[in-house]
Design a protein around this ligand. Structure first.
Ligand SMILES: [Zn+2]
Length: 250
């Protein structure tokens, strides 16, 4: 398919105009016009770009792309090497940040709920852009059981900041670096909150508000959306798709 057709489809499918974001959503680096092979991955790091080159990608689609609002605008050093590699191989880079977190079917939050296997899932309407989700557990579990389930499903042990509650029957989550939503989770009255990372202050929020917090990994919680997006595009447009998981302990 044509690069411009892919870009236009994703703009509509991910409802990009609905989101206020810190990075441009869509085409960030322009490569060749014809797209047959796509590679997806979480972050446009050098290792992912190198794999995309090896796999003969025409386009690389990521959750964490380039040109964040707070970063220097210059193209030097690490950023120069990454962009140079893409341009040298005529590979387009597409980045989708919040629109990929919030998408109701293939988004990171939707997919994380499926991967962990939550029931009665819904979007928390008070928080804009579909960024906070919640579920009621059909059978309440102990914090240890809850932890074991996340560990098993994500293949990675979370950091657990324990509260006093002995049972978990409701949970909220937001993938990535959204630990500060723990205070919103408390206001919602849920027993547990899941995000990717933890800050020093997160510990006190968990203890003082009696909400179990699980930092399940920024990378680990955001692997599923971009992979699902790649599969969706492969099915819809007959593209060849490779999801590449460059492991990251954070
Ligand atoms: Zn993220």
């Amino acid at each position: 398919m044509q690069r411009q057709a892919l870009e236009a489809y994703l703009k509509d499918y991910l409802q990009i105009d609905r989101f206020k974001d810190y990075a441009p959503n869509g085409l960030q680096v322009e490569g060749r016009d014809e797209i047959r092979t796509i590679v997806t991955g979480v972050t446009a790091c050098q290792a992912l770009i190198d794999r995309a080159i090896e796999l003969g990608a025409d386009a690389l689609l990521v959750h964490h792309g380039f040109f964040w609002k707070n970063e220097p605008a210059t193209i030097v050093g690490m950023k120069q090497r990454r962009i140079k590699a893409l341009l040298a191989h005529d590979i387009s880079l597409f980045g989708y940040h919040l629109p990929l977190d919030g998408h109701s079917v293939i988004g990171n939050n939707a997919r994380l709920g499926e991967v962990i296997g939550f029931d009665n899932v819904r979007i928390v309407e008070q928080v804009p852009q579909n960024l906070l989700w919640r579920a009621e557990l059909t059978v309440p579990v102990t914090p240890a059981q809850f932890m074991a389930r996340i560990t098993e499903r994500l293949g990675r042990e979370p950091i657990h900041l324990a509260a006093e509650k002995t049972q978990i029957s409701s949970v909220a989550w937001c993938t990535g670096g959204a630990q500060d939503y723990i205070d919103t989770a408390y206001e919602l009255g849920v027993d547990a909150f899941i995000s990717g990372e933890a800050s020093e202050r997160t510990f006190h929020s968990a203890v003082e508000q009696n909400v179990h917090y699980f930092a399940a990994g920024h990378h680990a919680t955001e692997r599923y959306g971009i992979e699902a997006l790649g599969k969706h595009l492969a099915d819809k447009f007959g593209l060849l798709h490779h999801f590449v998981d460059i492991d990251n302990p954070i």
